[in-house]
Design a protein around this ligand. Structure first.
Ligand SMILES: [Ca+2]
Ligand SMILES: [Ca+2]
Ligand SMILES: [Ca+2]
Length: 237
C-alpha cells in the first residue's frame, strides 16, 4: 500500500509568492484555496498555452489566472470527509506525450498497477482520452527527471519495486510512443531519484561519462543500488 495514506495534499490549494525575493530574507508564501476536491497528486504547468501556469489536481485543470476548474477526466476511487481513501491518481507529470505542442499528463495507479497518460485535447468539452502505457505492478508514484543528461527533465522515473524509467520517442511513421527501460528487476523498497556523478557517491569506472545520470532505488544513497548509464547501457556493481 502507498505509505502516503490520508496524509498528503487532499485539499487543493496553491501557494503563491507574496513578496519579492530580497537578498538574505526568506521568501514568504500565502496559501489560496482554489478548490475542495480531495486527491493526492498535482502538478503545475501551462496546459492552455496562454503562457500562464495552470494547476492539475484530481479531475480538474484549474485554469489561471482565476483558477476556474476545467474537468478533463474521471478518476476511480473515493476519499471521505476525514481524508480516508484514495483517488487512483498517484502522479501528475506534465509532458507532451504525442508531440502536438500541448502538454499532456502522465499518471500512475497503485491499485490498478498501471501507468497511463491523458491527451490534452486543447478545448473544453470531451474529457481527455486516457491511454494505458503499461499494466505491470504497483506504482507508488513517478517523477519527471533528466536521466539521459541532456538538460531536460523529460524522462519518467517510476517508483516501483524494480528500477525502470520511461521515455517518449518519435515513431518513424509519425506520432510517438513511450518506451520502457529496465535498469534492474531486483525488488527494492519503493522510491526513486536521479543525480549526477557529482551528486551521488559512486566508484570510479572507466568510460563513465562525467555528466551521465544515475538512477537508484529506494535502498538509498548510502549503500544502495546505483546503476550509471554508460554509452547507452546500464551497469551496476
Ligand atoms: Ca495556462
Ligand atoms: Ca500533447
Ligand atoms: Ca533528459
Amino acid at each position: 500500500m502507498p505509505k502516503t495514506e490520508c496524509s498528503v495534499c487532499f485539499l487543493v490549494f496553491v501557494a503563491l509568492a507574496a513578496s519579492l525575493v530580497v537578498a538574505g530574507e526568506p521568501i514568504k508564501f500565502e496559501s489560496h484555496r482554489i478548490g475542495s476536491f480531495r486527491s493526492e497528486a498535482c502538478c503545475v504547468a501551462d496546459f492552455t498555452g496562454d503562457g500562464r501556469l495552470d494547476i492539475v489536481a484530481g479531475p480538474f485543470v484549474y485554469v489561471a489566472p482565476d483558477w476556474r476548474p476545467w474537468k478533463i477526466r474521471n478518476l476511480k476511487g473515493e476519499v471521505d470527509e476525514q481524508g480516508n481513501g484514495y483517488y487512483r491518481d498517484f502522479a501528475n507529470l506534465s509532458i507532451d506525450v504525442d508531440g502536438d505542442g500541448r502538454l499532456d499528463i502522465v499518471s500512475c495507479d497503485w491499485f490498478d498497477k498501471c501507468i497511463v497518460w491523458y491527451r490534452n485535447t486543447g478545448s473544453e468539452g470531451p474529457l481527455w482520452p486516457r491511454t494505458v502505457i503499461e499494466i505491470s505492478t504497483n506504482y507508488e508514484s513517478a517523477d519527471l527527471v533528466d536521466i539521459d543528461g541532456d538538460g531536460r527533465a523529460e524522462e519518467i522515473l517510476a517508483h516501483l519495486a524494480s528500477t525502470v524509467w520511461y521515455e517518449r520517442v518519435d515513431k518513424a511513421e509519425g506520432g510517438s510512443r513511450v518506451v520502457k527501460h529496465v535498469v534492474s528487476e531486483k525488488p527494492c523498497d519503493f522510491g526513486g531519484g536521479v543525480g549526477s556523478r557529482d551528486e551521488v557517491e559512486i566508484n570510479d569506472q572507466a568510460g563513465f561519462a562525467v555528466n551521465a545520470a544515475l538512477a537508484y532505488t529506494g535502498e538509498g544513497v548510502a549503500g544502495g543500488q546505483r546503476r550509471p548509464r554508460v554509452d547507452g547501457r546500464w551497469s551496476c556493481w
